[in-house]
Design a binder for this molecule. Structure first.
Ligand SMILES: Cc1cc2nc3c(=O)[nH]c(=O)nc-3n(C[C@H](O)[C@H](O)[C@H](O)COP(=O)(O)OP(=O)(O)OC[C@H]3O[C@@H](n4cnc5c(N)ncnc54)[C@H](O)[C@@H]3O)c2cc1C
Length: 742
């Protein structure tokens, strides 16, 4: 076979790279050695796809990955809110098959690489035992998304395994000297209730003495799948060469844990449970990491360093595990978060010595410590989106991957990525071809932020609470909460901003006062900061902990505004405040977390002067999610036909309209196991119409983040209207509208 880009490995990374490259117009062959796509996210391994949102357990607000990764997660929510891994398989298969530029080869294990010279791959060769066919795929560009980096390895690409010593990159979290230690594999099981007692006879290879697992008291009969992430082993071994031995040990552990659940007498609630599924392919966390022109390090992550070639971002904690895994006396993981998301540079996404080899997935060019953060699958998918787009641009420009480092090329790559929904924090690249930016834009109305009226419920200040609000540069508005207490007391109130623009960690106190409260219900607690902020930003109006006080909540919700509490998500943090060990190079700070719908209600507030954070001009500001602003247009709640109109002085040719709707980038949309109570995001408009001044061009429904509408034929008009015909019960937000002549 001859193609433009050969991708080896159909995990989330390989899938996102393939779909992006195919859509960008190049021919792709995707070779996957297993029968379904998704790698560790597939029904064969069953890990939930996570990323920078970190289960909503850190301060990375509106940080879900964009582009193809987001498209997959939003579609999975729509079809599969129950989190059935088999359904996710079908979505990945369907999306890949839908791309006419992709040739998908399932069950083809690549085991050979042909080189054209020392620094270039000519072809990869693989075998499918199902049809007894050998495949040879020749291409100018290759992408290794195989997890273990077999292509890079066979091609002689520079790589590392184990942890760097502290000195090499000045990483305080690294061990004093380099080690061979890795993160281990895990293997999971699912159970189900049969409605009648089920007997379990353990296989002879099952672990007999459960106390060999120091954490055995944490085992619960109701847990399954990736909630048993800590059943991990093999980090002290060669996770490639010894992977079969590791798998046998993990089977020993998995069946031993199940034997304990069923037969120890400790779990009467397990009487009717049976094993429904046990993994046969272990999830692999770590093996080779390849070297690109840049190796991302702890300091890049924690200090949120900026890179001229940023094409993606990460935001999961630096999450490292003891090499002894399940048999270790130490906690199963140590997770250290940064104060916000960090950029990922393009130089980490190709090999430094094999000129036509892209890297995608967990093998990208990072230190062992930084790997602890970039390894999660939504980050892998988002990075791989950049790889797919870069491959298309390389072929168009006739350059190899490194050739895109030229400033103009890099800007073009960033432009194409952001157009395709990729979020690159801190990077705004306008598209001169987008004629929406040359139009006068008017909205039928805009949501004015004056108050969130109280409903009849309250929440206590058992923990500190806040409202996170977008404010314009200048004097901060006054905010009034409604508080109830039965005793005379005081509440400390604070207004907090962030030390870095674009972060949401409330680590800078801008205003503080102590207010007295007499016994009574719904009393006004007014925070009047006499403070100016130099630029638009989000600030938190905080009511500090006082269990004697409760605060009125509101039914109102609108994009870019959230209620937070100073709290902990035990899945990703040890406490509500990250207390970094001294000398660890990690920062200490508080977590202020939103709740998930239907919880996480806003607090009732009154805002003076009222704010106007939803003007329609934001539709063309080049940022398609809340950052320092809401970056959204939202119509007034009582607008019966929210309409935004683009008007040009001269008629313009229009062929294509691209819209970014609000599917709540704050929501992680975990892909499997964990169900979600809603299948559609309530801020996302349900039905809409696009029309010129004369006629309707399109009318239809939507539940996705992005709509790319190619009109049946080009039209010429001086007016284009977008009307929201039906919402999903909350004010619908739109982040971006792009309009193209072709
Ligand atoms: C136990 C465990 C828990 C984790 N927890 C999470 C979590 O909760 N959320 C999260 O997002 N991430 C989690 N991770 C990390 C994440 O799963 C991995 O970092 C991620 O899957 C790496 O993506 P990848 O595409 O590089 O590799 P993979 O997902 O492994 O995909 C690689 C694909 O390449 C295929 N392949 C390999 N060799 C060949 C070959 N020679 N020819 C053809 N195809 C080949 C494989 O079959 C596989 O499908 C966890 C990892 C493990 C192991």
């Amino acid at each position: 076979m001859n193609t433009d880009l050969a991708i080896v490995g159909g995990g989330v990374a390989g899938v996102c790279a393939a779909i992006t490259a195919g859509r960008a117009g190049i021919r792709v062959v995707l070779l996957q050695d297993r029968p379904v796509l998704g790698g560790n996210a597939s029904s064969e391994v069953r890990l939930w796809i996570l990323g920078a949102t970190s289960h909503m357990g850190n301060n990375n607000r509106w940080a879900r990955e964009g582009g193809v990764m987001d498209e997959i997660l939003v579609e999975n929510l729509y079809r599969n809110p129950e989190g059935n891994p088999v359904i996710l398989d079908t979505i990945l298969l369907e999306k890949v098959r839908a791309e006419s530029n992709i040739t998908l080869l399932l069950n083809v294990a690549v085991d050979e690489v042909e080189k054209s010279d020392a620094a270039n791959i000519r072809a990869v060769v693989g075998y499918c035992s199902q049809n007894q066919t050998k495949y040879r795929v020749e291409a100018p560009l290759f992408c290794d998304a195989s997890g273990d980096g077999l292509i890079g390895f066979l091609a002689g690409a520079a790589f590392r395994m184990g942890s760097e010593g502290r000195e090499e990159f000045g990483e305080a979290m690294a061990p004093p000297r380099s080690t061979n230690e890795l993160l281990g594999h895990s293997l999971y099981f699912y159970s189900k209730d049969t409605g009648r007692p089920v007997r379990f006879i353990a296989p002879s290879f099952a672990l007999q003495d459960i106390t060999a697992i120091p954490r055995y008291r944490d085992i619960r009969a109701s847990d399954s799948g990736c909630r048993f992430w800590w059943l991990e082993w093999g980090g002290a071994m060669d996770t490639i060469a010894q992977t079969e031995e590791i798998k046998w040990e993990l089977w020993r552990v998995a069946y031993g844990v199940w034997n304990y659940i069923k037969n120890s007498g400790q779990f009467p609630d397990a009487e009717n449970l049976t094993l429904e599924w046990v993994g046969t392919i272990p999830g692999k966390r770590e093996s080779r990491r390849f070297e690109g022109d840049k190796i991302l390090t702890q300091r890049d992550v924690v200090e949120q360093r900026l890179h001229p070639d940023a094409v993606s971002f990460g935001g999961w904690a630096i999450d490292l595990h003891p090499a002894e895994g399940v048999y270790s006396n130490r906690p199963g993981c140590a997770q250290w978060h940064a104060k916000g998301v960090y950029q990922i540079p393009y130089r980490c996404l190709y090999s430094k010595n094999i000129d036509n080899l892209f890297l995608a997935g967990r093998i990208i060019s990072v230190s062992h410590v930084a790997f602890g953060s970039i390894r999660v699958m939504a980050t892998c998918g988002h990075n791989a989106h950049a790889v797919g787009m870069a491959a298309a641009l390389c072929l168009e420009a006739g350059v190899n991957p490194r050739g895109l480092l030229d400033a103009a090329m890099m800007e073009e790559l960033q432009r194409r990525l952001t157009r395709a929904g990729q979020f690159i924090p801190g990077v705004v690249v306008h598209d001169p071809a987008d004629i929406a930016r040359t139009a006068q834009i008017t909205g039928s109305s805009q949501y004015v932020l004056a108050e969130f009226p109280p409903d009849d419920e309250t929440v206590t200040l058992g923990s500190s609470r806040a409202m996170l609000l977008p404010v314009p540069a200048g004097k901060l508005p006054a905010i009034t909460f409604l508080c109830t207490t039965t005793e005379a007391t005081q509440v400390q109130v604070e207004v907090r901003g962030s030390s870095k623009p674009g972060n949401f960690t409330p680590d800078v106190v801008l205003h503080r006062e102590i207010l007295s409260l007499a016994p009574g219900t719904a009393q006004q607690v007014r925070i009047r900061p006499n403070v100016c902020v130099p630029a638009d930003c989000h600030v938190s109006y905080c009511l500090l902990q006082n269990p004697a006080v409760s605060v009125c909540t509101s039914q109102s919700r609108v994009t870019g505004i959230l209620a937070l509490s100073h709290s902990q998500n035990a899945a990703v943090a040890k406490a509500a405040t990250q207390n970094a060990p001294s000398g660890s190079g990690v920062e200490s700070f508080e977590f202020w977390l939103p709740g998930r719908r239907p919880g996480g209600k806003n607090l009732a507030i009154c805002i003076e002067p009222e704010l106007h954070p939803f003007c329609p001009q934001q539709l063309v500001n080049g940022i398609a999610r809340p950052t320092v602003r809401t970056n959204a247009w939202v119509a007034a709640a009582d607008d019966s036909l929210p309409t935004v109109q683009f008007h040009w002085d001269e008629p313009r040719r229009i062929r294509r309209v691209e819209i970014t709707w609000d599917t709540d980038y704050d929501h992680p949309l975990e892909s499997v196991l964990m169900g979600h109570p809603e299948r559609e995001i309530p801020f996302c408009a349900k039905r809409y119409r696009i029309s010129s001044d004369e006629r309707t061009l399109f009318e239809g429904e939507n539940h996705s983040t992005r709509t790319c509408l190619m009109l049946k034929g080009a039209i010429t008009t001086s007016v284009l209207k977008l009307e929201i015909l039906e919402t999903r019960g909350l004010p619908a937000a739109i982040f971006e509208v792009r309009i193209y002549e072709n």
